[in-house]
Design a protein around this ligand. Structure first.
Ligand SMILES: Cc1cc2nc3c(=O)[nH]c(=O)nc-3n(C[C@H](O)[C@H](O)[C@H](O)COP(=O)(O)OP(=O)(O)OC[C@H]3O[C@@H](n4cnc5c(N)ncnc54)[C@H](O)[C@@H]3O)c2cc1C
Length: 87
């Protein structure tokens, strides 16, 4: 396992020796590449260059604590409740 490597490019896609190239000039080969590099995934942009880009949906989340009972029945509002053991 190596830390601090940043993927720059992927070649041999669809072949048995898929190659990951890193920004430090090194590369590695394997039969399977798992791209789990987040919302701005470099892996996704290489494998699926025409995939939709992430965009801001204007969703806003705020949080707070109260001991009051929640009585708001507004359908457009989602309440997330934190308990001692559950969320
Ligand atoms: C403020 C905040 C609060 C959140 N709260 C919750 C919550 O309460 N519950 C919940 O379920 N979710 C929550 N989320 C969402 C959750 O954090 C994400 O959905 C989840 O982390 C996504 O996981 P991921 O593995 O896809 O990507 P990430 O966790 O983003 O991991 C991607 C990794 O890839 C690395 N990386 C990026 N580019 C490269 C590259 N070129 N080469 C190599 N590595 C790279 C990054 O450094 C990072 O380590 C929250 C998010 C935020 C921002």
């Amino acid at each position: 396992m190596h830390f601090g490597k940043k993927i720059r490019d992927i070649t041999n896609i669809g072949k048995l020796n898929i190659t990951a190239h890193f920004e430090d000039g090194t590369n590695t080969e394997g039969e399977l590449l798992v791209g789990c590099d987040g919302i701005y995934s470099k892996t996704r942009s290489i494998i699926l260059p025409n995939a939709p880009k992430p965009h801001y949906t204007k969703m806003v989340v705020t949080g707070g604590h109260t001991k009051m009972k929640i009585t708001d029945k507004e359908l457009s509002i989602m309440h997330s409740n934190y308990g001692k053991k559950d969320f």
